[in-house]
Design a protein around this ligand. Structure first.
Ligand code: FMN
Length: 225
């Protein structure tokens, strides 16, 4: 008997994705890379301020610089492209009128909502900044974009390697942003065609980290306690 269809179309992709560290050398078709980048920036962001950017590094020199910045990790050297997800910690200080205008033109936001976003949203960001949290919040936006890219790549049959192990100053230098104190690096994501398979390393049982209503209260399958 065949397995029942997944309840969620993306479920198989999410479960089958693995961190892959060996890649075949062939490049990604430009159109596919463009689509992955478009899907990355489809990720939601706080207030839709889109406080993140992504740098696609494909040149041999750029990849080599990223491998060195990543403490000699081979993935940026082996994969045809590494995406550098950047937190734009001060995006909220800049002109956001295009964000408001686009949402208005598309009928997604009312004029009142756009006005509220332009005032309350900026106040929210100013408060974060005063509390030293602007970077953390921009990193959230960047990490969501990276997650979207990782799943989109997996859905396209590509392999990915997310990386946190790198020297931020060196990564910034590799992408020509060493003079930018307003930027922080969130994640490196090497992408390409897999040259290895990896077993699922497993996750702790759901009782260990999935709760109902209050932290520490187990949630059993189907929501029954
Ligand atoms: C935020 C983050 C940072 C990571 N950094 C690295 C890294 O620097 N080098 C590496 O080889 N793997 C890195 N990984 C991959 C993890 O080791 C891997 O996701 C974990 O072992 C689970 O394996 P799976 O991705 O195959 O499910 C990172 C993963 C995440 C989510």
């Amino acid at each position: 008997m065949s397995a029942p269809p997944p309840l969620i179309p993306l479920a198989e992709t999410i479960r089958a994705r693995r961190s892959i560290r060996r890649f075949r050398p062939e490049p990604l078709p430009d159109a596919l890379l463009d689509e992955l980048l478009d899907l990355a920036v489809e990720a939601p962001s706080s207030w839709n301020f889109q406080s993140r950017s992504v740098v696609a590094v494909t040149s041999p020199e750029g990849r080599e610089a990223l491998a060195r910045a990543a403490g000699g990790q081979e993935q940026p050297r082996r994969a045809p492209v590494t995406l550098v997800f950047v937190a734009e910690c001060e995006a909220w200080r800049h002109d956001l009128s295009d964000v408001y205008e686009t949402a208005l033109e598309r009928g997604a936001w009312s004029p009142e909502f756009a006005e509220m976003t332009a005032t309350a949203g900026i106040d929210f960001q100013r408060d974060l900044d005063a509390r030293g949290l602007a970077r953390e919040y921009a990193v959230k936006d960047a990490m969501l974009a990276a997650s979207f890219a990782m799943l989109a790549a997996a859905d396209a049959g590509l392999a990915t390697s997310p990386m946190n192990g790198w020297d931020e100053a060196e990564v910034k230098k590799a992408i020509g942003a060493d003079h930018r104190d307003d930027l922080a690096i969130a994640l490196l994501l090497s992408i390409g065609y897999p040259a290895e398979t990896r077993a699922h390393p497993g996750r702790r049982p759901r009782s260990h980290h999935v709760y109902a209503e209050t932290h520490g209260t187990a949630r059993t399958e189907g929501g029954r306690r």
